[in-house]
Design a protein around this ligand. Structure first.
Ligand SMILES: Cc1cc2nc3c(=O)[nH]c(=O)nc-3n(C[C@H](O)[C@H](O)[C@H](O)COP(=O)(O)OP(=O)(O)OC[C@H]3O[C@@H](n4cnc5c(N)ncnc54)[C@H](O)[C@@H]3O)c2cc1C
Length: 403
């Protein structure tokens, strides 16, 4: 390779991201929030950006990052310091998820699952012993967790789940299976949801190594390739009684965790959109066609203008939702609106950015195609795009259109 070609190749790989802030929203964030954002951004640029493309191309979960994400405070930053967590506000949590997903939705997924779907239910519904036993080690990344709700025949309708456990006197006997579980092949523990003998949904903490508990990996994904996905299989698993989450019964348990995760996604998706936008702006200025940069063509300017408009609207939505979360006033329907809007917005921007990059847009030289494929999962998990409409529809009309 010539020196110029090497330089060109190198410059494409270098992460020079800077977020667009058209409405000067940075003025709305505290100095501490901005400091945390730049700390996470530097970490991402230094330790994740250089390896993420290869990890995705090879469908390899970069397991070594788990400890680093813990050290950077990305696991459960919104939970109390008493349990080794960050004790920060929800806005800061959102900012952190945005920085991670700006790099890759799979990395953000690992942090969302750990913080909102594993640590949060243990914090909210666990006994003091369970909190002390698990939360500090999950916060540092010494332990990796996963969250088992979805089953092969029950996705959008988790209330129909078949996984169940029986009271055997000195332990519970668990049977069933879960599907599409992020982190499962590498997880040390799993917070899973199953029905008791009365048909009530309860949370149980499983540990790797329990007899009859296996976590086969799901292969062949074209999306979230840097995040490991798998099943959870329970074949007469003897679960100690102290592993039941005592604080909740019913679908409210898993749904309250999903709210927290969906909130993080609504920030995260904006990160992916900003990365696509930044790349498209740069490319449009560098790419010469018909003797001039393509940025000079109105059709390309229209795309970029609409991208910035949608990103700015979504940034405002995140900021306000963060405030409502911090005040404990955000409703599930408000969270649904933000998750749904921002993920769709990001996916549309990824598609437009892909076109601006022409053929180069489909290669791993740019992050566009990776973001686009990732977002196809993000628009489906944590409540599908349709399900969030039904949540909003119920809020607006008072009519339940789910069944
Ligand atoms: C990469 C990845 C990671 C995941 N990680 C996890 C995880 O960590 N833990 C976990 O528990 N789950 C996880 N999931 C599962 C995810 O939450 C489900 O895929 C999602 O809830 C949808 O379920 P489903 O795939 O069975 O689709 P279905 O529920 O079968 O839906 C199929 C289609 O029907 C539509 N639909 C369903 N019901 C209605 C209705 N009432 N009215 C109108 N349309 C309807 C849906 O919107 C969708 O378009 C993950 C999924 C993916 C892809």
């Amino acid at each position: 390779m010539s020196t110029e070609a090497k330089d060109f190749h190198h410059s494409l790989k270098q992460d020079t991201f800077n977020h667009p802030d058209f409405y000067m929203l940075d003025e709305l964030f505290t100095d501490e929030q901005k400091l945390i954002r730049s700390t996470i951004r530097d970490f991402v640029k230094r330790d994740i950006s250089p390896i993420i493309e290869d990890a995705c191309q090879q469908a390899r979960f970069p397991q070594h990052l788990v400890k680093q994400l813990g050290e950077m405070g990305c696991f459960g930053p919104q939970l109390p310091t008493k349990y080794g967590c960050g004790g920060m506000d929800y806005t800061t949590y959102g900012i952190m998820m945005q920085e991670l997903e700006r790099c890759d939705s799979g990395i953000r997924s690992t942090a969302s699952v750990q913080g909102s779907l594993v640590m949060y239910p243990i914090y909210l519904f666990g006994s003091e012993e369970q909190k002390m036993k698990y939360l500090p080690r999950l916060a540092t990344g010494e332990l990796l967790g996963c969250f088992g709700l979805t089953e092969p025949d029950y996705g959008s309708d988790p209330g129909g789940m078949k996984s169940n456990f029986k009271d055997m006197g000195d332990h519970y006997l668990l049977n069933g299976s879960k599907m599409w579980i992020s982190n499962s092949p590498f997880a040390d523990i799993a917070v899973i949801w199953a029905k008791d003998e009365e048909g009530k949904i309860c949370g149980l903490i499983l540990e790797r190594g329990m007899e009859g508990f296996t976590t086969p990996e799901t292969h062949g994904k074209w999306s979230l390739r840097a995040s490991a996905t798998g099943e959870l299989v329970f074949d007469n698993v003897k679960v100690p009684k102290e592993n039941l989450l005592p604080g909740v019964k019913g679908l409210r348990g898993p749904l309250s965790c999903l709210n927290s995760a969906r909130y993080g996604i609504s920030w995260g998706a904006v990160g992916a959109a900003m990365d696509c936008y930044e790349s498209a702006v740069k490319y449009s200025k560098e790419r010469i066609m018909f003797g001039k940069p393509i940025a000079r063509f109105q059709l390309q300017q229209k795309k970029l203008s609409e991208m910035l408009t949608e990103i700015t609207k979504a940034q405002l939505l995140c900021w306000r939702l963060g405030k409502l979360m911090d005040e404990g006033r955000a409703t599930p329907a408000q969270i649904s609106l933000a998750k749904r809007n921002n993920v769709e917005m990001a996916l549309n921007i990824a598609r437009e950015a892909r076109q601006i990059h022409g053929g180069m847009g489909i290669t791993g030289e740019y992050p566009i195609m990776r973001h686009m494929m990732n977002l196809e999962s993000v628009i489906t998990y944590e409540g599908t795009h349709d399900v969030h409409l039904l949540i909003l529809g119920l809020e607006i009309t008072g009519e339940n259109a789910f069944n």
